[in-house]
Design a protein around this ligand. Structure first.
Ligand code: APR
Length: 271
């Protein structure tokens, strides 16, 4: 499945790279001006930025996780209570999947962008840790991280437990079940993460919405907050989303092609 997703993403990326070679990367002058003048930039990412690494999205009609699995059976606290073993194993499978892949050109472009502007805030809905592996230092994780574990009973992070073979494993302190440290449907986002995300969105000059279907709130409301406060909003996505009609600029293509193009438009890195 990883390979399939990878092949599909690879061929789409190759298609865009070929067509850009023919026509040259065309960025609207207003967009180039906006990114040049920006002192505060926010990037909000979703599953689409990791597609070119070989990680499936959630809502792609063919390869998306929610096309093959039911969120109400795997991604809610009720599902975990009903069937903790299946839920734990599903997340263990996804943890192994992301451990086998590498960050891509889109992740790396954001690392470089962070170095080029005085204030750069990276907000992600992804739980795959690929931004951090690419080198991004300060990542606001709205939906947690697959690599961390917490106690279902006490709601505290747990980094060590005894492997007795029981699935899910038990909390060494209270004996309750351990769960992945991700935000499930019907759960609150980490308050500090959403507060920081809102603050940065309201203060930025340029807001980039990258590889997200812009359907899941509160993340989906961030570009609207930014726009209401005067930011230039840019969407990077090969497909339309509910946000598309509201953005100032849209770059229709894969993040692994479009983000390096934007970076090139910023000019050479200062020496
Ligand atoms: N580059 C950029 N965007 C892409 C690419 C690509 N190479 N390939 C696909 N996309 C876009 C799709 O067009 C889609 O709009 O990425 C988006 C992925 O959307 P979703 O699968 O809905 O992922 P996301 O927006 O991150 O989902 C939000 O929903 O299920 C929950 O908790 C889960 O964090 C997730 C949240």
């Amino acid at each position: 499945m990883v390979d399939k997703a990878h092949c599909k993403a690879g061929s789409v990326t190759a298609h865009y790279r070929r067509s850009m070679k023919l026509h040259g990367p065309e960025l609207p002058a207003g967009l180039v001006e906006a990114i040049h003048g920006a002192r505060q930039v926010v990037a909000l990412t979703g599953a689409g930025i990791s597609v070119e690494s070989g990680v499936p999205t959630f809502r792609d009609a063919q390869s998306g996780l929610w096309a093959r699995f039911k969120p109400e059976e795997l991604a809610t606290p009720e599902a975990f209570r009903r069937n903790p073993k299946i839920v734990w194993e599903w997340y263990a499978w996804r943890r192994q999947l992301v451990a086998r892949v590498e960050p891509n050109a889109g992740h790396r472009a954001l690392v470089e962008w962070e170095r080029r502007v005085p204030h750069f805030t990276l907000i992600t809905q992804n739980v795959d840790g690929l931004h951090q592996r690419a080198g991004s230092r300060d990542v606001i994780e709205l939906h947690g991280n697959l690599a961390r574990t917490r106690c279902f009973e006490e709601d505290v992070l747990v980094d060590r437990w005894e492997d007795t073979g029981e699935i899910p494993p038990r909390c060494p302190r209270c004996g309750g079940w351990l769960r992945p440290d991700v935000v499930w449907f019907n759960e609150m986002l980490p308050p500090e993460a959403i507060e920081r995300a809102l603050e940065a969105s309201r203060a930025c000059d340029v807001f980039l919405s990258i590889g997200t279907s812009a359907l899941v709130h509160p993340a989906a409301s961030l570009p609207f907050e930014a726009s209401a406060c005067g930011a230039t909003v840019v969407e990077v996505n090969p497909d339309d989303t509910p946000l598309t009609a509201h953005v100032h600029f849209r770059l229709r293509g894969p993040a692994g092609v479009m983000l390096p193009t934007l970076l090139t438009a910023l000019g050479p890195a200062p020496g």
